[in-house]
Ligand binder design. Structure first.
Ligand code: NCD
Length: 360
């Protein structure tokens, strides 16, 4: 059955489609009035089961600037979820009231599950420690506006690369461009997940993993700082030991390129000293504003595609290998355990990307 286009993973969009979104965002920036009624009469539902400031408000403000309306919740405890309602039921209800959904959930793959039950577009606004594709679009619009291209960049990711969903999505996205090199800077305990390392290797993308920011600094065109994701740790003791692994300050900036840019999805906790904010290379507040424009482009595009009948290709999925990742939505909600065959021959859970037991 033909399925409406969603944004669940950044790779749901081809590089050409991302290029079109960036162009559209640039048009919106140069002539916002032209789009002020582009989504008139349409409603966006923001279903946020996890805390958020920027992402939810930027979705809200994006839809308002397109002339549309917004409904939803920012605290699952105030919705029927607190009575035990599953995602599949909640979204079938919300589909009766809205034209498009943005969902954030602590379980990996929750927006994917939602997409199986509805026929309006759904956008993943962050699923556990897995993915955050609209932050990636935000980061990419910022990279494009600051550096003028997506090619030939050395990108350093620093901090919590294990649980940082923004890192996972941005690495997947940027690995598709020419001449990209990654420098992953983290303590051993917070290195990128194994599945992502395999994906990057398969793409033939050059990368190194280091434990010191000083060592990486002179090579970088983009430095992507991240917070250690307290809420994903099982042990507070481990979090406390790792939380201040990296603090970017002006002495460390001395060896950076003059045109290096510093990105951070925010919120910042302690990983960038306030003194860095006034350095022209610090882009993280400009990045927030870009988030609104690219989300305007995304909402407008997904709604237009639905109207024009632009659907996804049918996906080939085989069933019945249960996922063992306790953070996966399929572990706690009654959903079909679906998998996909990855390039490296492993079977991966479609919801959270975990490698499943069987090979071949
Ligand atoms: C990020 C997130 O929620 O993953 N924040 C955001 O959406 N801008 C990063 C974080 O919480 O550290």
């Amino acid at each position: 059955m033909a399925k409406v286009r969603n944004l669940l993973e950044i790779t749901d969009f081809s590089t050409e489609e991302i290029g079109d979104l960036v162009d559209l965002a640039l048009n919106i920036i140069s002539d916002p009035k032209l789009y002020s009624e582009a989504c008139k009469g349409k409603k966006l539902a923001t279903l946020f089961y996890e805390p958020s400031t920027r992402t939810r408000l930027s979705f809200t403000s994006a839809m308002m600037e397109l002339g549309g309306n917004v409904l939803g919740f920012s605290d699952a405890a105030a919705s029927s979820v607190s009575k035990g309602e599953v995602v599949a039921d909640t979204v079938r209800v919300v589909e009766c009231f809205a034209d498009i959904i943005a969902m954030r959930h602590s379980k990996e793959g929750a927006p994917w599950v939602a997409s199986q039950y509805i026929s309006i577009p759904i956008i993943n606004a962050g699923d556990g420690g897995h993915s955050h594709p609209t932050q990636t679009l935000t980061d990419m619009l910022t990279i494009y506006r600051e550096k003028g291209s997506f090619d030939n960049l050395t990108i350093g990711f620093c901090g919590d690369l294990l649980y940082g969903r923004t890192v996972h999505s941005l690495a997947k996205a940027m690995g598709r461009y020419k001449g990209i090199k990654f420098v992953f800077i983290s303590p051993k305990e917070l290195r990128i997940p194994a599945y992502l390392r395999t994906d990057i290797q398969k793409k033939g993308c050059e990368f190194i993993e280091v434990e010191s920011i000083e060592e990486a600094m002179p090579m970088l065109d983009v430095l992507y700082m991240t917070r250690v994701q307290k809420e994903r740790f099982d042990s507070e003791e481990v979090y406390n030991r790792l939380k201040d692994s990296f603090i970017l300050d002006m002495p460390k900036m001395q060896s950076a390129k003059e045109d290096m840019i510093i990105l951070h999805p925010l919120p910042r906790v302690n990983e960038i000293a306030y003194e860095v904010d006034s350095d022209p290379r610090a882009c993280y507040f400009r990045q927030v504003l870009n988030g609104k424009y690219i989300r305007m482009a995304l909402i407008y595009t997904l709604l237009r595609w639905k109207e024009e009948g632009k659907f996804c290709d049918e996906e080939s999925q085989t069933r019945e290998i249960p996922c063992q990742n306790p953070r996966c939505i399929s572990y706690t909600e009654r959903v079909q355990p679906l998998y996909r065959q990855a390039d490296d021959g492993t079977k991966r859970c479609v919801y959270c990307d975990a490698v499943l037991a069987e090979k071949g």
